[in-house]
Design a protein around this ligand. Sequence first.
Ligand code: BGC
Length: 744
Amino acid sequence: MKPLHASLLATAVALALGTAAPALLAADAQPWMDKAKTSAQRTELLLKAMTLDEKLLLLFGYSSGDQLAQVDASIIPGVNAKEVAAKVIPGSAGYIPGIPRLSIPAQFQADASIGVRNPYLERTSLPSSLATAASWDPKVPEVGGQMIGNEARLSGFNVMLAGGVNLAREAQNGRNFEYTGEDPLLAAEMGAALIRGVQSNHIVSTIKHYLINAQETGRTLVSAQISEPALRQSDALAFELAIEKSSPGSVMCSYNRINDVYACQNDKWQNGVLKGDWGYQGYVMSDWGAVHSTVQDANGGLDQQSGFPFDKQPYFARPLRDAVEDGSVTQARIDDMAHRILWALFDKGVMDHPLQPGVIDYAAHAQVTQAAAEQSLVLLKNEAGVLPLGSPKRIAIIGSHADKAVLSGGGSAVVTPIGGNAVPGLGRGGWLTQVWQPSSPMKALQKQLPQTQFTFDAGTDADAAGKAAAAADVAIVFVHQWTAESLDAPSLSLDGNQDAVVAAAARANPNTLVVVESGGAVLMPWASDVKAILAAFYPGAAGGEAIARLLTGAVNPSGRLPITFPASADQLVRPKIGGQSKGPLFTVHYTEGAAVGYKWFDLKGHKPLYAFGHGLSYTSFELGGLKAQAAGDKVTASFSIRNTGARDGASVGQVYVRAPQSAKWEAPRRLAGFQKLALKPGESGSATVGIDPRLLATFDEAKGDWVIAPGSYEVQLGASSDDIRATARLSLAGRRFTSAQVRR
Ligand code: BGC
C-alpha cells in the first residue's frame, strides 16, 4: 500500500474525531458524566438512557478499507455502513460508531503490543514483546506501554489491541515475538505492565488472544485439546494473573477452538472462567474473523463482534436484533454486553478524555525504545571475555542488512518505521512484507568506535563471508529468522545458508561473534565455534544503537531468556507444528499439559542449549541469603545479590519452587517470583518477593478450586533456571482456595 498524503490522513482523522467527540453536556442533563460517581454507577445511568438500537450499535465493529465500502449499507438497523466506512481511520484495525446524543465516543482501534500499526502512519516501534519480557523488569514494558499508548491517543485511537500474553508453548509459533515468554508468571507480569502503561493514556487496552492460540498454522481450524487443570495452570494462568495486575478494558477471544468449541463462543472459558471465576468486568471482543454465529457467540460470552467484514456474516448486527426479538438472546444479555463495553470506556477514562490528535515527541520516544532494547537484549555467550569489544583495528560486519537496519516481526503487530522500511521488497508482500527498522548496527558501531575500520559483507555467500572475516580482527555475523502472524517458523533452523555463513566466518576468524535477530528460539549448530552470541530478538526502532552499545560495553547486558533455546528440535514436545493451514478442521493434543518450556525440559531431563532465565553480564554477581517463609496464607522468599565485579550491572534473582511428589505438579519446578536489581561494583541489594498461592497449587476440576498439597517444598534461588545458587526449605500446610479468595 502507498502512504496516504499526510494532510489527507490528518483530515480523515480530524473528521472522524470531530463526529466522535461532541462537546460534553452538563452533568445534570447527562448524570452519567458525573466523575464523582463510580464507573459502575455511571454505566447503569447511561444504560437506562439508551434504546435497544443504541445498545446494539456498540456491539458491532467495522474494519477499515475497501472491503467495508462493499458491504450492504443497512446491515445494522439505523446505520448506513457506507457512511460508517467514511469515518474509519484509513489503514486502522477497526471502528465502532459513537452516539453523540449520549456523549459516547466512537471507538477507534489500533494494533498492537509493539506500537501503533498502520501502513499509512510512521510510528515508533518498541522491541518485540518477547524482547521486553527478557528485561525481567516490568518497568520496561510499562514505560514502553505508556509510550505506544501516547502515540495511539495522539494518532486518534482510544482502543489499543495490545497485551499479547499467550505462552510460547510451541517454539515455532510465528507470533511468539508478540508474546511474553513461556512461563505464566513472567508472561503475566510483563504483559500486565504493558497494558498498565497503555491504559495510563485513558485508552482501553485488550489482553489477547484468549485462549491457547498456540500456533498460527490453521489457527481457525485447530482445536486445542487440553485438560482443564492443565490449562488453568498454564496459558489460562498467564491471563488470570495479568488481568488481575492490569485490569484491561477488553479481552480479545482467539481464532482457535478450545476442546472443540470456538474460543469466541466458549461458554466454559468466557462465561464460566473469565467472567465467573475471575470476576472480569470488561468486555470480550472477537479477533478479526473469529465469530461463527449470532446466538451461540452472544450467549457464549462474546460482547462485541470486531472488524466486519472479516467475519462471514454481520452476526452482531441485524441478526442479533432478530435474535433478541425471537428471544434466543435475552434483553438482559444485550444489557450485559453494552454494560461491559461502557464500563470499560468509563473505567479507563475514554469517556472523560475525548481524543485530540496532537504532535508526537518522536525524539523522546526513540530514547524510550532504545532504553527498552538496552535492558532486554540477552548476552548468551561470551568466551574469554571477547566482549565488550576493545578497540579492534578492523571489524567485518556480515549479513542481515546490518549496514542499514534491524528486523521486525510481521503481521498486525508490525509498526511502519519512521523514515520507512529500510529494506523494502522482502517477505511475502502485502501485509506480510518484511519490515526492517532503519537503525543500522554497523553505523552505530562506527559512531562508538571511530578508530576502527569497518567492512560490510551481505552474508549471502559463505566463501565471501569467510574472506571478509579473515581480513578483520573481529567478525560480527548478524543472522535472522523472520516470523509473522499467520506464519509459523517451518523449523527452528535459520533459513538460507546462514548457518554455513557463520561456520565459514568462525573458521576464518577466531574472534567471530554472532547477533541473532529472531522471533524466538533458533537452533545454533555453530554455538561452540563462535566466541560470543547476543540474542537481539526484534530489537525495535533503535535496535541498531542498542546492539552497538551492548557490544562495546557502553551498556552492560542484563536481559535474561524468557524462553528456552533447545539444543535440538527433538527436545521439543512437538518438533513439528501440527495440522495444516487450509482444509478440514483438526486437533492438536497438548499432552504436555502445563509442562510448557523449561518445565518440559526439567520433566524430560533435556539439557537445552541456553536455559530459561539465562543471560550474561560484563560484571559478576553473588546471589545468596535465601529465606522462605509461610506466615498464615502468605508465602514469601527473600534474597540478596552482590555485584562482585568492577562495573555497574543488573542481575535477576529468580525464585523457583520444587514440589514434593505428592503435590502432583506438571513438572518438578515452577518459577514463583523474581526481582531485578541494579547494583554498583561492591554494592549489595536485597528483595522480598510474595509467592502467589496459585503458583504452589494444582487446580481441582471437580471442585473448581485450587489445592496446595501439604509437605516440604524446596525453594531455589537461581541466576537462571540451570544455575541455582542457594536452596531453602519451606513447609506448607495443605489448603484449598478459589481464585476469588485470592483476589480479595
Ligand atoms: C490479529 C489480532 C489483531 C487483529 C486486528 C488479527 O489478525 O490476530 O491480533 O488485533 O487482527 O488487526
